[in-house]
Write a protein that binds this ligand. Sequence first.
Ligand SMILES: [Zn+2]
Length: 322
Amino acid sequence: MARCLYMAGASNRDVIHVAYGYGLFTGGLGLHGGAEEIGAMTVPASGGNTARQIQLLMDFGATILCCTPSYALYLADAMKEAGYTKDQFKLRAGIFGAEPWTLEMKQEIESRLGLKAYDVYRLSEIMGPGVSMSCHEDCGLHINADHFIPEIIDPDTGEVLPDGEKGELVFSCVTKQALPLLRYRTRDLSILHWEPCKCGRTLPRMEKVTGRSDDMLIIRGVNVFPSQIESVLLSIGQLEPHYMLYVDRKGALDILTVEVEMSQELFSDEVKNIESLEKKLHAKIESTLGISADVRLVAPKTLPRSEGKAKRVIDRRNLFNK
Ligand SMILES: [Zn+2]
């Protein structure tokens, strides 16, 4: 993990605030171990108790924040609500991971917290955080391939796919003791690149994981990843990065409902403008995904917030089948 922290420009002069859960989750202790190894002051904040997190970030002058992307957004909202501006904090980098997130979400976090966001990829089964990490060039995540050999396979047939093709990531551990995993299927979907990066590193890169082969929804026969909808929602402006997807079945038809929070400005706007944005979103989702969705713009701060991993999809179809 120390190698990954160096990738985010960390040194022993940094103050690293770890807001991943400690206990039996690999996130907290994984980052903590790396931060201590490089000799940085480490704040073991763990998850939850957001008011105290903000106080700790302020009091210790944290320069690097480590947590899930959805919690980073939650923190940003809470800081704003408590009357702080991002300039009052010393944060300059964030190491975010443990759940799929899009590039649009990354930009959103960077602008709200005033830091550069790095993507860390982890698997508890392999070693926790630090299997791969993005560099300052943002050209994918460098895999520590001296420890983990990556492959991309077709999730349906198990065949290895040629470089540059999207499929399921598979890792084999070459240095791990006690629990060596061989050709371990991650269910995470990505693309591998073997050519050297602009940053000079020669470690292979994997593209940001934005979906898992088992979180793909099949709606009216069309494959839909929640991340595709997230990209559409965040590309349109005037919306908050808080959304929920509901899938229901009425008769033989699948119904996708997208609820997304409006920005405060849009919320106070005229009804016809809100309706016109709903129509625009409906059309954009249909042209991107090939299926129509019922889009509802909801008032700010009405959707559930996550202090750990975000739960954004509720598939209610099974209940209807019973
Ligand atoms: Zn690089």
